[in-house]
Design a protein around this ligand. Structure first.
Ligand SMILES: *Cc1c(COP(=O)(O)O)cnc(C)c1O
Length: 393
């Protein structure tokens, strides 16, 4: 019996080592990593440049309180501000905490700075925003909420990509709209350009804050630093986490200058957020992506992977759609993909699901064309095998 709570449906393999695009289990078996720890290890496993910077920091200072100024945290904030439309950063330790901070900031700005009694946040069906009480309430999937009531007030969920439903939901209590530009856990669903345009109009007409949850899409995953940059918008708050620290746990929000007054001294905080170790991992990750031209690589490899998958889809009726941007790709199948993921794993290729019917592919940005070719070929073989098995029944 395990000493761990059984809250994860774990795969029956023990990963003990990683190197670049490969992972190894405790029997020495090698796997091609098309999961990246769920969009975390974007520079591959144990990326040398980040490792060198964190090792330097390990020798210097691990932690010091946010009661002090922390130069490396300040540098990381400057870098994030330079990459976004935001002006100020706050650091925390996870995606859920980043979204919590965004929710608190939106409410406090509206209520204390604008002096208006609005607090409601509109989110969307199939969204995923985290597992804390507020962020699971914000999440547009009932399965994460069951049994955890009472849930906090002030969240409304409307159908994703339905601008009329959104417009109908805005009322005198609404203070913000929170969305993923491409829903990750919900099935790799991109927001339509027209829908985003209407969101922009509604925010400006009703003085609402726009929060984009870039916990999965941020830090280069879609081929731009942030997925909102594929659209013609400037969010008020951007939340991020997964890819920020190359595997070092950290989260952040970046927001507009007007919000700074709402987060004055003592208003919000966390012990570990942006500590020297985490900040050095974050800064080294961003610098490496910048210096080594990774955004361009994500675009090229992402386009290559999509073309290969579309070729496969032409010969396979089971594949309904291939979608996504950069190296965040979903393959929608006619049926549940759990068995497919398990067979791929047996063949040495790690993939994810995003909801029952969608295969989610989140390779490290260091992925090679030959590795993509191999993975798509094996997927084709596994699909052909499934067809044969079905035919011989
Ligand atoms: C993973 C994820 C979260 C939650 O992040 P944690 O670090 O697990 O708390 C929130 N939003 C999105 C879009 C995510 O993909």
């Amino acid at each position: 019996m395990s000493s761990l709570f059984p809250n994860y449906g774990r795969w029956p393999i023990r990963i003990v080592r990683g190197e670049g695009n490969l992972l190894y289990d405790d029997t020495g078996k090698e796997y091609l990593d098309l999961v990246s720890g769920i969009a975390v290890t974007s520079l591959g496993n144990v990326p040398p440049k980040v490792k060198a910077k964190v090792a330097e920091q390990l020798d210097t200072l691990w932690h010091c309180s946010n009661l002090f100024e922390i130069p490396v945290q300040e540098q990381l904030a400057e870098k994030l501000v330079s990459l976004t439309c935001g002006d100020r950063a706050f650091f925390c330790n996870s995606g859920a905490e980043a979204n919590e901070a965004a929710i608190k900031l939106a409410r406090k700005y509206t209520q204390k700075v604008l002096g208006e009694p609005r607090y409601e946040i509109i989110t969307f069906t199939q969204s995923f925003h985290g597992r804390t009480l507020a962020t699971l309430t914000a999440t547009g999937q009932d399965k994460v909420k069951v049994g955890f009531g009472p849930l906090p007030e002030g969240f409304v969920t409307v159908p994703y990509n339905d601008a009329d439903a959104l417009q109908a939901a805005v009322n005198e209590k609404t203070c913000a709209i929170m969305l993923e530009m491409i829903q990750g856990e919900g099935g790799v669903n991109p927001a339509d350009a027209g829908f985003v345009e209407r969101i922009k109009q509604l925010c400006s007409e009703h003085n609402l804050l726009l929060i984009v949850d870039e916990v999965q899409t941020g830090i280069g995953r879609t081929g731009k630093w942030f997925a909102y940059q594929h659209y013609n918008i400037e969010p008020d708050i951007i939340t991020m986490a997964k890819g920020l620290g190359s595997g070092f746990p950290m989260g952040a929000i970046v927001g507009k200058e007007k919000l700074a007054e709402a987060f004055g001294p003592g208003s919000h905080g966390t012990t570990f957020g942006g500590n020297p170790l985490a900040s050095s991992a974050g800064l080294a990750t961003l610098q490496t992506m910048d210096e080594d031209g990774y955004l361009q690589r994500v675009k090229e490899m992402g386009a290559y992977l999509q073309v290969k998958l579309e070729e496969l889809a032409r010969d396979n009726q089971e594949i309904k759609a291939v979608r996504g941007l950069g190296l965040m790709i979903g393959v929608e199948m006619k049926e549940d993909t759990a068995g497919l993921v398990a067979q791929m794993r047996d063949r040495g290729i790690l993939l994810l699901q995003a909801g029952p019917n969608v295969l989610r592919i989140l390779p490290p940005f260091t992925i090679e064309k030959e590795q993509i070719d191999w993975a798509v070929a094996v997927l084709g073989e596994v699909l052909a095998g499934a067809k044969e098995a079905a035919a011989s029944k």
